[in-house]
Design a protein around this ligand. Structure first.
Ligand code: ADP
Ligand code: ADP
Length: 226
């Protein structure tokens, strides 16, 4: 069970740039929410506030029944995947995926089970021994997703995860994300500037502009009333 509640969330950066004004959203358990809009509209800021990587200037945020405004990122049970993969270059794929579990002192056999299960879901079992530099962009992004899901997070955040991939790979990975979604019990918040991605992935889409929410609805509602 993981709901996310954003109540009158506001973010003003130093220098007085208000990146997000009065953002309100109730995200249901296992829902797939897509934040979409042009560059600079406040998508990443919103995602980073959910992750706890950015302080909230005003408003309240809850994950399940816990107010998380002041909860450290590591205590939020959230995983995040970025556009640039951010894998550890000196570690193998296996070690990249195992790392966060080791930090949490999970027993080795449980780590091994979790890594292999995630690797199987993402079809990366055959290159567990490779270093990230020996992988293609699509493979690296699978590893980044694998590294996030081994922890079995309550909430899975993705910030433009496909925008460094070419069009063919992007379509393929989009299909992979749809499959992934059916296999893991997680609430998703996904950021993109790509409308097709938003329409194919989202249960609901949040359209943002200039730090404001313009519209929230299912793909059908958004398509019918743009
Ligand atoms: P998006 O993800 O939609 O491209 P962002 O959330 O990155 O938008 O940015 C929203 C606004 O906040 C932009 O005007 C951006 O320049 C500004 N901004 C983002 N990060 C910072 C920061 N660390 N300091 C000051 N302004 C920022
Ligand atoms: P440590 O640094 O504590 O030895 P490692 O990350 O090297 O931990 O490995 C942890 C466990 O996972 C070890 O038992 C190791 O044999 C196993 N392991 C590491 N890489 C792989 C891999 N690619 N395939 C299978 N098992 C692996």
């Amino acid at each position: 069970m993981s709901t996310v509640s954003l109540q009158h969330i506001k973010k003003t950066y130093e220098g007085n740039v208000t990146a997000v004004h009065d953002f309100n959203l109730e995200i249901a358990d296992k829902e797939f929410i897509v934040l979409v809009g042009p560059s600079g509209c406040g998508k990443s800021t919103t995602l980073r506030m959910i992750a706890g990587l950015e302080d909230i200037t005003d408003g309240d945020m809850f994950i399940d029944d816990t107010r998380v405004n002041d909860v450290e990122p590591k205590d939020r049970d959230i995983a995040m995947v970025f556009q640039n993969y951010a894998l550890y270059p000196h570690m193998s794929v296996y070690e990249n995926m195992a790392f966060a579990l080791k930090l949490r002192k999970m027993p080795k056999d449980e780590i091994d089970k979790a890594v292999r299960q995630a690797a199987e879901i993402l079809d990366i079992t055959t290159y567990l021994d490779r270093k990230p530099k020996a992988l293609s962009g699509g493979q690296r992004q699978r590893v980044a997703i694998g590294r996030a899901i081994v922890r079995n997070p309550k909430v899975f955040l993705m910030d433009e995860p496909l925008s460094n991939l070419d069009a063919k790979l992007r379509n393929q990975m989009r299909a992979e994300i749809i499959k992934l979604r059916q296999r893991i019990d997680t609430t998703f918040v996904y950021v993109t500037h790509d409308q097709t991605e938003a329409m194919t992935l989202g249960d609901r889409i949040v359209i943002m502009k200039d730090g404001l929410v313009q519209q929230i609805g299912t793909p059908q509602e958004v398509f019918d009333h743009p």
